[in-house]
Design a protein around this ligand. Structure first.
Ligand code: ZN
Length: 169
């Protein structure tokens, strides 16, 4: 089944203090599977992008509602990068040929949720188009988010077991 998704910038725009913020709302809820939250660490968590550019497009974010990279604590920075590394490792199960890893800071730069910092992890395959459609129109995704969620979960348990079984990182 083919589904067409909006690009990542159309993610709901969050409020000033976490009120109505996409990340804070999902974090507050305990329905991780329904919310496509893949992993919770001590300072950070991982959620699937509801408007993925590619299959397996993940977002790694601090738990704290903080918008600017320079306001991140040392612990948050360390864990954001560790989580990003481990998500790349988990996504290797999809046999991507490359990754885009990065952050859009500020709405002008394409941030869909400018109030809550997050790192995009996007697996890439030869033949998917270049990076620009990320900021453009729509993109056809060949797999449902729920199916991809289950696959990534399986890969995490297989390849990053120490991470999944630990409460703190
Ligand atoms: Zn937030």
């Amino acid at each position: 089944m083919k589904q067409i998704w909006a690009p990542w910038r159309s993610v709901y725009i969050g409020g000033e203090h976490g009120e109505g913020c996409f990340f804070c709302e999902k974090l507050k809820s305990k329905e991780d599977e329904d919310n496509l939250v893949l992993l919770r660490g001590k300072e950070t968590f991982v959620i699937m992008n509801l408007y993925p550019y590619n299959n397996g497009h993940l977002l790694v974010a601090p738990k704290r509602h903080v918008g600017e990279i320079e306001d991140l604590s040392e612990e948050e920075m360390m864990e954001l990068f560790k989580m990003t590394r481990d998500m790349v490792k988990a996504l290797r199960a999809f046999k991507p040929e490359g990754f885009n890893v990065g952050a859009n800071i500020g709405r002008v730069a394409g941030a869909g949720v400018p109030g809550h910092f997050h790192i995009h992890v996007v697996p890439r395959w030869n033949g998917d188009t270049n990076f620009m459609p990320v900021l453009g129109d729509t993109k056809v995704i060949s797999e449902s988010l729920e199916v991809t969620y289950k696959k990534i979960k399986e890969s995490l348990e297989k390849n990053c077991a120490s991470l999944v079984n630990k409460k703190d990182i």
